[in-house]
Design a protein around this ligand. Structure first.
Ligand SMILES: N[C@@H](CCC(=O)N[C@@H](CS)C(=O)NCC(=O)O)C(=O)O
Length: 217
């Protein structure tokens, strides 16, 4: 089996797909194409022109969650969904909360790193982000390293890469991280030590530092 993943280390969507390849032990047989989104080369693969895009034996698949689900169908073990119906539903719900209520606010913060944001804009974006984090907070359990079930699941693959950025962006914009979501903060600390999330976080840390250094010049 050969895989090709178009992605870049800084992208939380890309890391979600890459984490699925790591979890399934497929990274060794994956060609990684380091690219940002929005290029003509990507449009030739998928009309959304966004990363990540997975290629597998001629099948071309965009959309991070769809890629995760595809890999979980293709290689069933280790499963990326818990055993029980409620556990599976909770994992899917948390991944959906990440996509619908957390991810959208990151674009403004990423663009703002380059172009700057006024204080009132920073307040609006972080209020919205904190509301989205509050939705995840409601479903996270205290004292559990994983977001749903007893092991790594689609919930961790979706949530952790976004939560990674929360303290970094809070630091960058001079606001408090997780002001009303202590379970999200504790979850981030715990999941960041779990394999293979630790490897994704190490890559993201390096890529984030490089981005900040580039913006300074
Ligand atoms: N819903 C998509 C979102 C992917 C996405 O927004 N990717 C960004 C990079 S983090 C991108 O490629 N942006 C370029 C563009 O939209 O032109 C997914 O889950 O894969």
């Amino acid at each position: 089996m050969t895989f090709k993943l178009h992605t870049t280390d800084l992208s939380p969507f890309g890391q979600r797909a890459k984490l699925a390849l790591r979890a399934k032990n497929l990274l060794g047989e994956t060609e990684l194409v380091d690219t940002f989104g929005g290029t003509d080369a990507l449009e030739a693969l998928a009309p959304m022109r966004q990363i990540p895009i997975l290629e597998h034996d001629g099948f071309i698949l965009p959309e991070s969650q769809t890629i995760v689900d595809y890999l979980d169908d293709l290689i069933p073990a280790p499963a990326l969904l818990p055993d029980t119906a409620t556990g599976r539903a909770t994992a899917r719900l948390l991944a959906r909360i990440a996509d619908l209520y957390i991810a959208p606010h990151f674009l403004a913060l990423i663009v703002g790193m380059r172009e700057g944001l006024r204080v009132d804009q920073i307040v609006v974006v972080f209020n919205a982000l904190n509301e989205g984090l509050g939705f995840a907070e409601h479903y996270l359990r205290p004292d559990q390293p994983y977001a749903a079930g007893n092991g790594l699941s689609v919930a961790d693959l979706a949530l952790a890469p976004f939560l990674f950025f929360v303290p970094h962006f809070a630091d960058f914009y001079g606001v408090r991280a997780f002001p009303n979501t202590p379970k999200c903060a504790a979850y981030l600390r715990a999941i960041g030590k779990a394999d293979p999330i630790d490897k994704a976080f190490a890559e993201m840390e390096t890529a984030y530092k490089a981005r900040k250094a580039m913006l300074k010049n």
